[in-house]
Design a protein around this ligand. Sequence first.
Ligand code: ADP
Ligand code: MG
Length: 482
Amino acid sequence: MNYQDKYELVVGLEVHAQLSTKSKLFCGDSTAFGAAPNTQVSPISLAHPGTLPKMNKKAIELAVKLGTALDCEIERHNYFARKNYFYPDLPKGYQVSQHTAPICKGGFITVTTDSGERKIVLNRIHLEEDAGKSIHDVDENYTCVDLNRAGVPLVEIVTEPVIHSSEEAFQFLTELRKIVRWIDVCDGNMEEGSMRCDANVSIRLKGEKTLGKRVEVKNLNSIRNVKKAIEIERDRLIELVEKKQPIVQETRSFDADKNITFSLRSKEESEDYRYFPEPDLPPFDITDEYIEQIKNLLPLLPEQLKQKYVTTYNLSLYDAGVICSEKESVTFFEGLLVHTQHYKAAANWMIGPLKQYCNEHKIGIEEFPLKEEAVAGLIELTESGKVNFNNASTKILQHLIAHPGQTALEAASALNLLQEKNSEAIEQWVKETLDAMPEKVKEYKAGKKGLIGLFSGEVKKRSKGKADMQEVTRLLNEKLNQ
Ligand code: ADP
Ligand code: MG
């Protein structure tokens, strides 16, 4: 039987995103990734007695920026709380978090799946500090601790339990990652742990209103793994219910190699954490002017920019969508538009030859070897009819990459690929062509007008793509209809 007809999957996601600040949330230690263990640890990160935290303003700015981009309501009066628990990677014995009073409430992200567009509503976004990292596999007998990450600023983005398929979760995270990168709030690098996701999963009978008992799968480090873990849990929970076995509310972990989840611990309740307001940090207020200021700094979001490209530059929805799918390609495209007003051609070049080159060389558009100005030069040359597109997008492009000092025009003339507008030269190619095909000319004159394509193709060949094709057609018509 198809269980999907009987049960509804319910998922809520909690995403930890590392804010792109240079220093930690409450001290000046660097947040750079990849340093030797325990080299970015001041007495504050190490929780020495008597040290005091100091708020990093940039973190507030980034949280408000994200909240504004996602249509959240921004809390004006903010404070931190201590979430108490013991763990070797948490030297203070508590995590400073806004868990109980988030800086952003509500908001949403729109996702598109096969079943259409849906708004995934957010519960909240709150600021908190990261813990350190326990490392279990460098020493045989001991667990090691790296505290470089302790105190790094995070936002936790929490959705309502409104996601109903693994695909929806996948699209939500893809979109969220795109947005945080777009507005420079987080680098979105999941391998380096800048974005980590916990998935809360439950099932219920179709039509049921109350939520089922949930399990939480912790610390998923790729969007694909979130999708897989949700599917595994969905199937496991359905099987338990079908076998009339109880579901235990618990925290689980995902093993990507074995493709299974396993139990870590039973779920803590919030009273276990003994939250209380952080006495060492003053509350902070956010003003309307401050929010307005940040709103004004916000760039157009991918979806808005896509619409702008369609209306202002007349791009197709598809082309606009491809360009807006990554921040880097928008930057390159906008760079092209500084030097050319052939918007559609610029989009075609991006999606055609440039993308192809990048795919072949396994690089991103930001690593494309030519500057926007050089590519724009080539676009100008093509659009003004001085070179044909085929030559421009293959031979001249390659030549320019090999000789980055040259302009497109220099490259075209070095390769002898400038189109001949010169009627004399074209007349010669046309004459040679018609002389070489007397039979075809006869057929044409007898009424087989479609042969014009054959003739002009032949002229193009003889001219090695240099003949201006408008002029060729004009001359062919003139000669054949004499
Ligand atoms: P915490 O995990 O800290 O206790 P919450 O109780 O607010 O926090 O919920 C965390 C996440 O779990 C949210 O994304 C929420 O939507 C989701 N969630 C809560 N209950 C369920 C449920 N029964 N099924 C699926 N997701 C749920
Ligand atoms: Mg949780």
